[in-house]
Design a protein around this ligand. Structure first.
Ligand code: NAP
Length: 274
């Protein structure tokens, strides 16, 4: 069963479990050696119930968006929620419009559900970038805008200067990397900004000390440690997760993690981990 988070103030929603796509079809340059396999994985994921796909123009030097574009072309666009991100070197007005042209073309769609600034760039005024992004909302090429890798002061600034509401901040957040929990998450929660947790499985490398508790809980809930990691994140107000998976059993089990509700006491123990 998919759970959703409210996005913005117009009654829209974002699926709380999305599909990450970093390193699908290359890191920063295209790797076309496994195209068929990647397209197949994305298609199976959608058939399984994933409707939210996270990507970026940077991924695979644009090739990741191309693979997604091919995979989604046979599905109904309105049922999907596609997020992409603009790279820091494209944050000036003209570059941003051009970058979005490329993203939409590669994804074979005429709009994005969510467009994010991938990383801040202090050399370009935030006002300029957010104004260009807000124009794209008015043009109908983007439904919602947001940011990624913004700390609290920078997010506050974005909220203050943007014409369109900032509805999402995508940041590193998992059981071991939890800086986002201290100040940023409470701020997002009070502002009604969803927080997307990236690398929610810590790229499969949790600390040994964390693993011990995760294993105990996995056994208690008849779940995997990865499911406990996702369930812990999903138990927090306004948090969305975007695990990347290529194995079908991983895709399925990550989706099912949304149904696991951890007891308060277990949440407290996980929250208290150092
Ligand atoms: P991740 O999702 O934490 O971990 C992915 C790894 O976990 C893969 O090796 C995958 O293996 C494995 N895995 C997935 N499900 C599993 C399961 N149920 N059991 C065991 N292993 C499992 O790492 P990530 O790719 O860094 O982060 C997720 C997404 O966040 C990215 O793909 C990207 O879309 C986004 N991201 C954004 C930023 C940013 O700056 N905004 C930065 C990093 C990432 P298999 O592939 O073999 O299934």
């Amino acid at each position: 069963m998919m759970i959703y988070r409210t996005l913005g103030n117009r009654g829209a929603e974002i699926p709380a479990v999305g599909l990450g796509t970093w390193e699908v079809g290359g890191r920063d340059i295209p790797d076309k050696s496994r195209d068929r396999e990647h397209i197949e994985t994305i298609s199976r994921a959608i058939e399984m119930g994933y409707t939210h796909i996270d990507t970026a123009e940077y991924y695979g030097g644009g090739h990741t968006e191309e693979l997604i574009g091919e995979a989604i072309s046979v599905f109904s666009r309105e049922e999907l929620f596609i997020t992409s991100k603009v790279w820091p070197s494209h944050l000036q007005r003209a570059s941003l419009h051009e970058a979005l042209d490329g993203t939409l073309q590669r994804l074979r769609t005429d709009y994005l559900d969510l467009y994010l600034i991938h990383w801040p760039n202090p050399d370009v005024p935030l006002e300029e970038t957010l104004s260009a992004m807000s124009d794209e909302v008015q043009n109908g090429r983007v439904r919602f805008i947001g940011v990624s890798n913004f700390d609290t002061p920078l997010l506050e600034k974005a909220v203050a200067v943007s014409r369109e509401p900032i509805v999402n901040n995508q940041v590193l957040f998992n059981i071991d990397d939890r800086l986002a929990m201290n100040e940023l998450l409470p701020y997002c929660q009070t502002q009604g900004i969803t927080m997307t947790a990236y690398s929610p499985l810590r790229r499969n490398a949790v600390k040994t000390s964390t693993e011990k508790l995760l294993k105990e809980l996995a056994s208690k809930y008849s779940a995997s440690i990865q499911q406990i990691m996702l369930a812990w994140l999903l138990g927090k107000d306004g948090v969305v997760v975007i695990p990347k998976a290529s194995k079908l059993e991983h895709l399925r089990s990550n989706l099912e993690a949304a149904s696991i509700v951890l007891d308060q006491e277990d949440v407290r123990m996980l929250d208290a981990l150092k």
